[in-house]
Design a protein around this ligand. Structure first.
Ligand code: NAP
Ligand code: ZN
Length: 352
């Protein structure tokens, strides 16, 4: 085992602070990775503050972080896909049972034994898994991704969660070229959703509660922006959307967006607010509309997404911060003041 510096929270009410955790020695299937950058996902904040206690209660200390880009420092004797020096990524998953129907269908995120990168039972060391707000991580090679060499590592880190979480439902929707697609919320997930929907040829409209984000929304790829608090702007687009991706992290009126859909339109939730969202049956019945959800993506699809980003030069727009600013970053994220993903420069942890 190896002592590793990390940032952890000791309770739902505590700020994150410096800590030391143990990482296992690499087994024959493992890749040991020095972490270069780790994105800050709103799920990190939900988990640290135990906001999902009814579904996934948090075990403390909690070391969050599942948007990891790093450099391979060591590989086990049985590892074939990676070698020291490779730049690699790790997302929300670090293990699964490799054999259930979900694993066989390349959707390991739905495996009953899926091991998430943090706050999941750790079969190697006991306790729970610890995420990427740390110097290094040891991961089974089947859950390690190749990061295209042309991508900036700080901007590539958020692809490992915000990227795949938006890419997957957009791909699954079908042929999106020429369709009218809405993205609700211009945060970490939302701005990636805009980039992907635009790259696949959709007419992209951002719904935002922050009028100050209009120029940025257009710059990242939107054709139009609707300020969702303006009833007139909303009404002008009612019934016109084919597909809407809802990335909002907090309570909001989903019926207002169902109202935006046309015949057979679908709204897919990727945002994971703490409380249930009431859905009006009538809003769905008229127009045969549907509401669905989507959870990250499988490993093969995550690699496909990274390769797509490499081919199209797509990364997240990041504000790179030292780990010492993580608590401030959480408050800014809660205030919808993230432009558009924080990426932690993990070299800053060496100063602790
Ligand atoms: P984020 O960067 O904080 O973005 C969320 C955006 O939602 C904000 O920037 C804001 O955009 C909008 N928003 C926030 N509060 C709002 C409110 N009260 N009403 C209306 N809009 C509001 O968060 P993120 O990292 O993108 O994550 C978004 C959500 O997705 C979180 O709940 C996270 O846990 C979840 N998530 C799910 C998956 C999955 O697999 N399904 C994966 C990762 C994350 P505007 O300022 O433009 O309005
Ligand atoms: Zn995430």
């Amino acid at each position: 085992m190896k002592e590793t510096k990390a940032y952890s929270a000791s309770s739902a009410a505590s700020p994150l602070s410096t800590d030391t955790i143990q990482r296992r020695d690499a087994t024959e299937r493992d890749v040991e990775i020095e972490i270069l950058y780790c994105g800050i996902c709103h799920s990190d904040l939900h988990t640290v503050r135990d906001e999902w206690s009814s579904f996934m209660p948090t075990t403390y200390p909690c070391v969050p972080g599942h948007e990891i880009v790093g450099r391979v420092v060591k590989v086990g004797s049985g590892v074939t896909g990676f070698k020291p020096g490779d730049v690699v990524g790790v997302g929300c998953l670090v293990d699964s049972d490799h054999s259930c129907p979900s694993c066989r269908a390349d959707v390991e995120q739905f495996c009953p034994a899926a091991t998430f990168t943090y706050n999941s039972p750790d079969k190697h060391l006991g306790g729970v898994t610890y995420g990427g707000y740390s110097e290094s991580i040891v991961v089974d090679e089947s859950f390690v991704l190749r990061v295209p060499s042309n991508l900036d590592p700080a901007g590539a880190a958020p692809l490992l969660c915000a990227g795949i979480t938006t890419y997957s439902p957009i791909r699954r929707w079908g042929e999106i070229k020429g369709k009218k697609v809405g993205v609700v919320g211009l945060g970490g997930l939302g701005h990636m959703g805009v980039k992907f929907a635009r790259a696949f040829g959709a007419h992209v409209v951002v719904f935002t509660t922050s009028p100050g984000k209009t120029d940025d929304a257009m710059r990242v790829g939107a054709h139009e922006v609707i300020v969702s608090t303006d009833a007139e702007q909303m009404q002008a687009h009612a019934g016109t959307f084919d597909f809407i991706l809802d990335t909002v992290s907090a309570d909001h009126d989903i019926n207002a967006y169902i109202h935006m859909l046309g015949l057979d339109g679908n709204i897919t939730l990727v945002g994971a607010p703490e409380k249930p969202l009431p859905v009006s049956a009538f809003a769905l019945l008229f127009g045969r509309k549907s509401v669905s959800g989507s959870l990250i993506g499988g490993i093969a699809e995550t690699q496909e997404m990274l390769d797509f980003c490499g081919a199209h030069g797509i990364t997240a727009d990041v504000e790179v911060i030292p780990i010492q600013k993580v608590n401030e970053a959480y408050e800014r994220m809660l205030a919808s003041d993230v432009k558009y993903r924080f990426s932690i420069d993990m070299a800053s942890l060496k100063a602790e």
